[in-house]
Ligand binder design. Structure first.
Ligand code: NAP
Length: 280
């Protein structure tokens, strides 16, 4: 694995496997400088995919990124998300325009429905496709969709245009491996793993510590490398601190061998039955 590793979207476009999450960034005046430095450092180090949402700080995170990405917009694959309550045909268009204005850009590379709400999927898709035809978004996708939601999406007119499903997936939350990940692989659709180090709470003792020692790495790097073992997965760790961002970049240089993967299976068991998709 290397920072050059790319994940292929339906349609063939390649995107970086290791990106940057931004939830909780841009909300505290005293932290803005370091957060911006951290994001810019990650991009310089090759983590050229940035994930945000209109929900984060009620627009504050997108506004923060509008500043932090100055001069770098064309270097990154930029992802944002629409609230389910804004996801009607017209609502999704207005919400996107507000996001574009906060982000100081004319287009999103990927626009996701943040989670399923009451608006029929068909309407949201019409809104997404309209935005695509106007060049305001390049791809659209979903988030927090379980396998049955994906099936339903697939049966909805236009649903096959979905590019990505962003879900909670990490060593401690392996539920998607039961049927969602296989479904996505069968349909050549990447899984974008959020909270890949369980918001910093992934247990760092035991197997993770041992494997980290063997690779002269940190347990968090090993946890990220584990998600990246599969080239169908994109990973978006968030790091407000520059040192954490640098550490996360190092995950792309770690190749876990079969012995490492077996130890991790013992410490963090794969699912033995269907579990409903978890959300944070
Ligand atoms: P996460 O990336 O698993 O963890 C972030 C936390 O881990 C922060 O407290 C961070 O600290 C710490 N951390 C990061 N790198 C570290 C390292 N190398 N060593 C030690 N600690 C480290 O959690 P997340 O922010 O929930 O998820 C990532 C992104 O996924 C979000 O930011 C967001 O973009 C997206 N997301 C999407 C959804 C959805 O519903 N679609 C839900 C949740 C998250 P510092 O910040 O202090 O550096």
């Amino acid at each position: 694995m290397a920072i050059t590793d790319r994940v292929v979207l339906p349609g063939g476009e390649e995107v970086p496997q290791l990106g940057i999450g931004t939830w909780m960034m841009g909300e505290r005046a005293g932290s803005l400088k370091e957060e911006a430095e951290s994001v810019r450092t990650g991009i310089e180090l090759g983590m050229r995919l940035v994930d945000t949402a209109e929900m984060y700080g009620d627009g504050k995170c997108e506004s923060f990124l509008g500043e932090a990405l100055a001069g770098l917009r064309d270097e990154v694959f930029l992802v944002s998300k629409v609230y389910p309550h804004n996801a009607s045909r017209a609502g999704v268009v207005s919400a996107c325009e507000r996001s574009l204005s906060r982000l100081k850009t004319d287009r999103l590379d990927l626009y996701l429905l943040h989670w399923r709400g009451g608006v029929p999927l068909e309407e949201t898709i019409l809104g997404f496709e309209h935005l695509k035809s106007q060049g305001k978004i390049r791809h659209w996708g979903v988030s927090n969709f379980d396998t049955d939601d994906m099936e339903e999406l697939w049966e909805t007119p236009g649903g096959e245009g979905c590019a990505v499903n962003q879900v909670l997936y990490n060593l401690a939350r392996r539920g998607p491996e039961w049927d969602l990940l296989p479904w996505l692989e069968e349909h050549d659709m990447p899984l974008m793993a959020y909270s890949p180090i369980e918001q910093g709470r992934i247990p760092t003792d035991g197997a993770l510590a041992e494997i980290a020692g063997k690779h002269k790495a940190t347990p968090f790097q090993v946890a990220l490398a584990w998600v990246m073992r599969n080239l169908n997965n994109i990973v978006i760790p968030k790091a407000s601190r520059v040192a954490h961002m640098r550490d996360n970049r190092g995950a792309a240089d770690i190749v876990l061998d079969s012995e490492d993967l077996a130890s991790l299976d013992l410490a963090f068991a794969p699912p033995s039955r269907k579990r409903s998709l978890e959300m944070l």
